[in-house]
Design a protein around this ligand. Sequence first.
Ligand code: PLP
Length: 390
Amino acid sequence: MRVAERISKVPPYLFATIDKKKREAIERGVDIISFGIGDPDRPTPPGVIEAMTREIGKPENHRYPDYEGCPEFRRAVAEWYRRRFGITLDPDSEVITLIGSKEGIAHIYLAYVDPGDYSLVPDPAYPVYRLGTLFAGGQPHTMPLLKKNKFLPDFSAIPSEIANKAKIMMLNYPNNPTGAVADLKFFAEAVAFCREYDIVLCHDCAYSEMTFDGYRAPSLLQVEGARELAVEFNSLSKPFNMTGWRLGFAVGCREVISALGIIKTNVDSGQFTAVQKAGIAALLDTPDSFLTGMNEIYRRRRDVLVAGLNELGLKVEKNLATFYLWVEVPDNCTSIEFASLLLDKCGIICVPGTGYGEYGEGYVRFALTVEEARIGEALMRMKTHFGRLS
Ligand SMILES: *Cc1c(COP(=O)(O)O)cnc(C)c1O
């Protein structure tokens, strides 16, 4: 049986390869410290679990959910956007529930990209943007994220013949994997570019709440006129430690939300209503102290790891957002070589930058999902093995 060509376009799933290496090391008895996967290591807030416990017993939640998402959840999303960004959304036409934001991001390409169309994809980036394009038969055009541009794409470098055939531009700030942030001026440039070329602008905003040192991330929809062509994807996964619950949403341009809804209606039947009801508790009833407390934990881990890595001679800056450090590898090795060296010699897992695209070469990503004491242990191992790296 021959699989479809689109399957052959999928590179081996990055984390699967790393997981395999990790399992082999564990079998050898190595005490692994994993900075690999960006999955919060703390539990979901108790209020959300209580809401879930209550909702799961109600028979009305046991039936097929509404296709576009439970109305109360969509209203809660609109309310959260109003409180957080000062944006008014119509919950009926400008909000859709997703089974995790990754689901919506993958599906948006099916809604807009035909064979022969381009999509504009940042590199390095979350792999779904590129794969979503390929699954739809489209051609990803790379927008390099370079250190000299503060890891923002340079729109003037996109050839107009490509822009003319592009259907979707994807942006992601605060950014995975670089930790970079963007301001409203940059978002306004993106809106202007996409308006000129009639492109759907998508913003993956999964890390909007994971910020430090007083920084607050903006919403792209705060740009005047943005909702005529833009949608924003957000997720309960990262801020509320809910990656396993699979709950996210898209908001913005009603035309785009409706097109995404048509794909979803015909592919999935929506997220369990009890999960959406618990999501309301997460969005509206989680005390501010939960988020500030989580961010304080990540900030402290960041400070310990950045200081330690700098001491070893590795170049990395303190990021204002996300739980990722984008660390430059020593001059004499590639990303893969350096990540393998850390695993083999120190039992430390990080992700080679090339897992996020060719422009990730020269970097590895550390996720701050490891307790401070273990970060200290990891740094000690690196110091013992390497002394100074460069
Ligand atoms: C974690 C993450 C998401 C969230 O995915 P969910 O499907 O909502 O769990 C989206 N985008 C990026 C860049 C991420 O790192």
